[in-house]
Design a protein around this ligand. Structure first.
Ligand SMILES: Nc1nc2c(ncn2[C@@H]2O[C@H](COP(=O)(O)OP(=O)(O)OP(=O)(O)O)[C@@H](O)[C@H]2O)c(=O)[nH]1
Ligand SMILES: [Mg+2]
Length: 302
């Protein structure tokens, strides 16, 4: 993912770097190229415009690029804005200091919620020594419970399930069971749904009301395009999402739509799904991704 974007942007940066003087003219030429690169990578057009405007405003604010290498100074500015655009500082999950923390996954069908629930449980267990517990609250798809149970066995994490139709009741009994167990993190897997499905969105709101999660993660398929941007906003408004997980980032899509989700929802991207295996999940670091996208090994130093 991002190869094309990387390719284009590093081309723009190369041109900038070669310039001895940064003038209004070459700023606007460079920003035209950046905008085109973003759009070609499927970044939402409003998001691309906002990004370019911000860089341009800052560049004009600095008026003259006075350092020994003005090109580098301009590149640094683009990089800083890209980090901001991707979310600034990395945002970690927030855990309760006492009692158990509840993390709920929501999103469209097939976005990767069940896989992410298990990946996250595994990551928290291995890397943070937490004691996770899974609740199988997808009662729409018959195989969903089995899928989570198989994953739970694989990572040795208990799974609460009930083969009934009422998700709210499953979540209630799951939370009750968790209280009696030695667990500190409850992860709730919910059914996939469309943001326009009123009945299922109402169910999701009821589940959220019962569980009052500390984190609501919107799990978005990084491979799908602009539709993902629209639905992420709808979910974010409906259930006050606290973070985004972009899955299938190992795929070969252009990636721009996925990146637009953060700007559109103003919610932090917290994790990236990088494959089908249980450990293919990464904590999201805006600065690392910005460097990758700009084709830089290290932070640009002035
Ligand atoms: N390559 C890749 N595949 C993924 C990733 N995350 C999930 N998948 C695959 O995507 C498919 C759907 O994943 P699920 O976790 O079942 O998605 P879901 O959101 O729970 O789906 P529903 O419950 O049907 O809404 C599965 O085949 C997963 O293996 C990822 O990061 N990379
Ligand atoms: Mg699922």
């Amino acid at each position: 993912m991002f190869e094309q974007l990387q390719d284009r942007l590093s081309g723009v940066l190369k041109t900038i770097r070669g310039q001895g003087k940064i003038t209004e003219n070459n700023i606007s030429q460079a920003m035209r190229d950046v905008r085109r690169a973003l759009l070609e990578a499927d970044v939402n057009f409003k998001v691309a415009k906002a990004f370019v405007n911000r860089v341009q405003d800052r560049a004009e604010g600095e008026k003259v690029f006075t350092s020994v290498s003005p090109g580098q100074q301009f590149i640094k500015l683009i990089q800083d804005e890209l980090v901001e655009f991707l979310g600034g500082d990395a945002e970690e999950l927030k855990f309760k200091s006492s009692g158990f923390t509840v993390i709920l996954m929501a999103g469209l069908q097939g976005s990767g919620k069940t896989t992410t629930s298990a990946k996250l449980a595994c990551l928290l267990k291995k890397k943070q020594n937490r004691k996770p517990f899974l609740i199988a609250a997808d009662l729409q798809r018959p195989a969903a419970i089995d899928q989570l149970e198989v994953l739970g066995r694989q990572i040795d994490v208990p799974v609460h399930s009930k083969r009934i139709k009422d998700a709210v009741s499953v979540v209630k009994s799951g939370l009750k069971q968790a209280e009696g167990l030695d667990v500190d993190t409850v992860l709730i897997d919910t059914a996939g749904r469309l943001h326009v499905d009123e009945k299922l969105m109402a169910e999701l709101k009821s589940v959220v009301a019962i569980a009052s999660p500390d984190e609501i993660l919107y799990v978005a398929d990084g491979m799908i395009g602009q539709d993902a941007v629209t639905s992420s906003l709808a979910f974010s408004v409906a259930i006050s999402v606290s973070g985004i997980v972009l899955t299938k980032m190992d795929g070969d899509s252009r990636g721009g739509a996925a990146l637009s989700i953060r700007e559109v929802t103003q919610k932090p991207i917290k994790f990236l799904g990088m494959g089908e295996s249980i450990d293919a999940i990464e904590v999201f670091h805006p600065n690392r991704l910005a460097q990758r996208i700009l084709g830089m090994g290290d932070v640009v130093s002035l």
